[in-house]
Design a protein around this ligand. Structure first.
Ligand code: PLP
Length: 384
């Protein structure tokens, strides 16, 4: 059997994979088993934000692997504390809980929101409002939070206490809120939902309503976080102060890590025994993530915006491009015949993703201008 057949035979068949086997990567380049070189506009779905195997990240990771790859969370480790300190100082949030993935970071936020409300108001105030077309993960709670029926098939019954409102429709959110509501959870750009940004005005209104009613505002920055949109976290462009922020993907730059960050109000909700994770905040992932955060300085973030402008100006108005949405280096190009276009890109040596009816671009934040141009030339050819 070849690898495609073996994969299908031995691995649960949950992914429609692209027909390519990558064996090596460096920066914004990937190489397949035949030695063919590809430009990477996907970053492993917004994970490899600094490029593949970034040298300082790899150095820190290797050093930590050789020193202490794992110890239980019942002891202290420096990389985890260093990472928490970096996150808190850069966000002005107060405390962090570490897990291994986006879904887990959101699970933690959901649990914390319910406990915050329970501690303060007692039983019954447990509802969480999320948006239609959102994506929050694949575990039972985060799947329930995900406002898309396509993901809900087969898995009933779901958790109690989730309600869905319309994105960019303040009245819809207001209507969904009741005296049972403990939190509103949002992606500022719906990623899997088709790279759809929320309006600043909508988000601000929701934030102030939440504040007034002591409903927690949870932001799922699993995909939008860690420099992806041109600020360290996307909320920093929205002029709001969330109560809980979750992140994962780009924080790890290739290793699994999730973080749930709490503001002062929510920082002491989780207490001994109320939550935990065996691997969460693993020293190796944490040592790597510290390098990621240190590299996401204002110079790099300004470059993200410049590269974003470049992509938008090169692609907008092209025949076949119906619209371009997104922020920073999280962009969606609406066009027809997606599957064929993705395959054509791959054929020509460019890796791109899709989201709903769009080609989704998530290149490394530090992609060089030459590589970006070369990738855009392939994309333009294919779009025509
Ligand atoms: C990817 C993603 C998740 C899930 O993250 P996993 O690491 O796959 O569990 C959750 N929320 C958003 C917004 C995401 O993009």
């Amino acid at each position: 059997m070849n690898i495609f057949e073996e994969d299908k035979y031995y691995i649960a068949n949950t992914y429609s994979r692209q027909p390519v086997e990558f064996v090596y990567g460096e920066g914004s380049y990937l190489y397949d088993v035949n030695g063919k070189k590809y430009i990477d506009f996907g970053s492993g779905i917004a994970v490899n934000g600094l490029g593949i195997a970034q040298s300082d990240w790899a150095k820190a990771v290797i050093k930590q692997i050789k020193t202490l790859p794992h110890v239980s969370n019942l002891c202290y480790t420096q990389p985890q504390v260093n990472l928490a300190k970096l996150l808190c100082s850069k966000t002005k949030l107060s405390k962090v809980f570490f897990s291994n993935s986006g879904a887990e970071a959101n699970e933690c936020a959901i649990k914390a929101a319910r406990k915050y409300s329970f501690d303060k108001y007692g039983e019954g105030r447990y509802e969480i409002i999320t948006l239609k077309n959102s994506f929050h993960g694949r575990t039972m709670a985060t799947l329930t939070a995900t406002g898309q029926d396509v993901f809900h098939n087969y898995f009933m019954p779901f958790l109690d206490g989730f309600k869905y409102a319309e994105a960019n429709n303040y009245e819809s959110v207001k209507k969904a809120i009741s005296n049972k509501t403990c939190a509103v959870m949002l992606e500022l750009i719906q990623g899997e939902g088709g790279v759809i940004p929320l309006d600043v005005d909508f988000v601000k209104k929701v934030a102030s309503l939440c504040k007034k009613k002591d409903i927690l505002l949870i932001l799922d920055e699993v995909q939008t976080g860690n420099g992806r949109t041109g600020t360290l976290y996307a909320y920093m462009q929205y002029g709001i102060k969330p109560d809980i922020v979750t992140t994962a993907k780009g924080l790890g730059n290739g290793l699994p890590i999730g973080a749930t960050m709490f503001n002062e109000k929510t920082s002491n909700v989780l207490t001994p025994g109320t939550h935990g994770s065996t691997f969460g905040g693993n020293p190796v992932s944490a040592a790597g993530a510290c390098v990621v955060l240190k590299k996401l300085n204002s110079k790099l973030l300004i470059e993200v915006k410049a590269k974003s402008d470049k992509i938008i100006s090169e692609l907008s108005g092209l025949k076949g491009v119906k619209s371009i949405s997104g922020l920073g280096l999280m962009l969606g190009i609406e066009c027809d015949d997606l599957k064929e276009k993705v395959n054509a890109c791959l054929e020509k040596g460019l890796v791109v993703l899709t989201a709903k009816n769009k080609i989704r671009l998530l290149p490394a934040l530090n992609i060089s201008n030459d590589t970006l141009d070369a990738g855009l030339n392939i994309l333009k050819e294919v779009l025509k």
